[in-house]
Design a binder for this molecule. Structure first.
Ligand code: 5GP
Ligand code: MN
Length: 342
């Protein structure tokens, strides 16, 4: 855990400030939940806060309280840059390195003259002035709860904050099932329900709002699934053509990789998704047990993340990435065999 300059951060925030809060590109539930929770909290403390979102985020997160107040860096560029230029401090949430916001926004942030504060649970964070980093915590949302607790402000958590935090903890823990979910996580979740988070409504909004096209795309993904039992590995491919055929929308492939991991005996899963706009393949990796997909993604696919959930990218075709992926597996055969005992 890294706690850096948090006392001086507290002093800095004793005066009303202009604050910008940013999550990573292609925001997930934890990025949106943590940035919006902090938005509501800081505004309650008398600050003037703007959440700047790097790019589009899935429909199933648009209902989050405060979502309509955010600025999109990619298409509300002037407004976003103005918020950044007039801010006294920028909070970086749910990511560990500036390049995770995307190229253009990274360039803007690199010119930022004031200080950054980071609250994040990814490994090997960049160094910024104020830091709260802990790779053992399941979600940035749990860290935001604990940050509010460090400031003795738990009483300020209202229904909106509780709803945002519950959402990110839920999505980053696979609905409270990953090993990172501790008894403390459950106690925090209990407190968030006491403070107004409606658990059934949140689960429904996030997980039961599928379009018909999304289910058909899932069907396509499952029929593309390939299993490599000798490596306890399964992977899924999706081409751009298949995405178009089923009217792909942002977020439609979220969680699909978990179906590969749900197969009995499989402890390493991947999904390779073609993205013709970016001329590359977006990759998600998941694992069970000791096999670190963070390390695998860092070593071979310009990526990273957590030990059991990571991402990366590849410049080339689906056929090329499948060939590369299969060629890498023999090197990891023993590690994969020993990773997980069910
Ligand atoms: P997902 O597979 O859901 O996109 O991402 C899983 C985890 O890996 C998330 O914690 C995400 O932040 C991280 N991640 C995804 N893509 C990348 C990447 O390209 N680089 C790094 N460093 N982390 C990534
Ligand atoms: Mn997260």
């Amino acid at each position: 855990m890294i706690l850096k300059e948090l006392d001086s951060l507290k002093t800095f925030l004793e005066k009303p400030r202009n604050i910008v809060v940013i999550g990573h590109r292609n925001p997930d539930g934890d990025a949106m939940g943590s940035t919006l929770a902090l938005y509501h909290y800081f505004n309650k403390k008398g600050h003037n806060t703007t959440v700047v979102v790097p790019n589009e985020y899935p429909d199933f997160l648009h209902w989050l309280p405060g979502s309509d107040t955010t600025c999109r860096f990619d298409w509300q560029n002037t407004q976003s840059k103005k918020a950044i230029d007039t801010s006294d401090i920028i909070f970086l949430l749910d990511f560990n390195a500036l390049h995770r916001v995307g190229h253009d926004m990274q360039k803007t942030l690199e010119k930022y003259p004031n200080d950054f504060a980071m609250i994040d649970h990814h490994q090997q964070p960049d160094d910024v002035k104020y830091m709260y980093s802990d790779v053992t915590i399941c979600s940035t949302c749990q860290m935001v709860y604990q940050f509010i607790e460090m400031n003795n402000d738990l009483d300020l958590i209202d229904k909106d904050i509780a709803t945002c935090l519950y959402t990110g903890i839920m999505t980053d823990t696979g609905s409270f099932r990953f090993r990172s979910t501790t008894s403390k996580t459950h106690r925090i979740i209990g407190d968030l329900i006491d403070k107004g988070a409606e658990n059934d409504r949140i689960h429904n909004n996030v997980y039961d709002s599928n379009s018909y096209g999304r289910l058909l795309l899932l069907g396509q993904a499952l029929s593309n699934l390939q299993i490599l039992p000798e490596y306890k590995t399964a992977f899924i491919t999706l081409t751009d053509e298949e995405k178009k055929k089923f009217d792909f929308q942002k977020g439609d492939t979220e969680g699909v990789v978990n179906y590969a991991l749900s197969l009995k005996g499989i402890i390493f899963a991947a999904i390779f998704i073609e993205d013709n706009d970016q001329n590359s393949i977006k990759i998600s990796f998941r694992s069970k047990g000791k096999f670190s997909v963070n390390q695998f993604a860092r070593n071979h696919f310009e990526g990273g993340g957590h030990d059991n959930a990571a991402g990366g990218k590849f410049d080339g075709s689906i056929e090329e990435i499948v060939t590369k992926f299969k060629a890498l597996l023999p090197e990891y055969k023993i590690e994969l065999e020993l990773s997980y005992e069910s």
